[in-house]
Write a protein that binds this ligand. Structure first.
Ligand code: MN
Length: 290
């Protein structure tokens, strides 16, 4: 029923992440095209998220925390501390830049997930935007508390902006939950804490469990403390070229974005940050050129 793919370990800023999307086996789930499960990690005086100014295009970033604090600053002038249960949603459009920083006085654990949603061609060259949602819809479905980050689930609808038909929700389990699904969506589960059973599968952190379209519900079970993200959407029919922080459609578009950021030509704006600007690496395909 579910198709499980392993996440791969990466380091972002100073924090270990498990990258559940994209992997060799799975590029997208609906328009969801990137999923980094961050931590849990300890934030100390010298060790926090600390990701300096870097650019994005063609995507929304969706940041969600279970523990900790992160300060978001962007080239639109936004400065927003995010806390657990809140949502930061940044739309890159043609270009935006941001930093994700440790909060000065916060010490403790950092645990969360950062997701990207690919923008369709109809909006991906549009303007950048930033939203912070301190209060998202939440309700009980069976033995689960459900927070809807994006889209609709079980009669709840998030106020967060979306360009395509997608859903993103957190389920905090303390038993069984039959999740209502849209049959035209494909879905994925990413476990952030504990372990979750679905059918004959046991899903733990470090994997993505994919469910093909055609089902209108899925029953999951987890002991108290089990936390799982549900992602879903209409299968994304545009072929993506993703490189570093850019979601594009071709290598030429990526080359142009790399050049614009490294030349600081204004396309991605400027972030007021104490952290150093992160230069783009050179795409591997450029190193084969004379
Ligand atoms: Mn970013």
């Amino acid at each position: 029923m579910l198709d499980l793919t392993d996440s791969r370990d990466e380091v972002v800023g100073n924090i270990r992440v498990r990258r559940a999307l994209p992997t060799r086996g799975r590029r997208t789930v609906g328009a969801w095209c990137f999923a980094d499960h961050m931590g849990p990690a300890d934030v100390t005086e010298t060790h926090g998220l600390d990701i300096g100014p870097h650019p994005h295009c063609g995507l929304h970033t969706v940041t969600w925390l279970l523990e900790g604090r992160v300060l978001h600053r962007d080239s639109l002038g936004s400065e927003q501390v995010i806390a657990p249960g809140q949502l930061n949603l940044m739309t890159a459009g043609r270009g935006v830049s941001h930093s994700e920083e440790a909060v000065d006085d916060y010490r403790g654990r950092l645990h969360g997930i950062q997701l990207w949603v690919a923008q369709p061609s109809s909006t991906r060259d549009g303007p950048a935007a930033f939203e912070h949602h301190a209060d998202l819809p939440a309700d009980e479905i069976d033995d689960a508390t459900v927070n809807v980050l994006v889209g609709s689930l079980g009669g709840l609808t998030s106020p967060a902006h979306r360009d395509t038909e997608i859903v993103g929700a957190q389920l905090a389990l303390r038993g069984s939950c039959t999740i209502p699904l849209r049959a035209d969506f494909e879905h994925a589960l990413i476990v952030l804490d504990g372990s979750v059973r679905a059918g004959e599968h046991t899903i733990v952190p470090g994997a993505l469990a994919h469910l093909q379209p055609g089902r209108d519900e899925l029953t999951v079970h987890g002991d108290a403390g089990a936390i799982v993200m549900l992602l879903g959407g209409v299968p994304f029919d545009e072929r993506l070229t993703m490189y570093w922080n850019f979601v594009a459609r071709s290598r030429n578009e990526v080359d142009a974005a790399v050049e614009a950021w490294n030349a600081d030509d204004g396309r991605f704006g400027t972030v007021e940050s104490v952290l150093a600007r992160i230069p783009s690496p050179t795409p591997f395909w450029q190193s084969n050129e004379d």
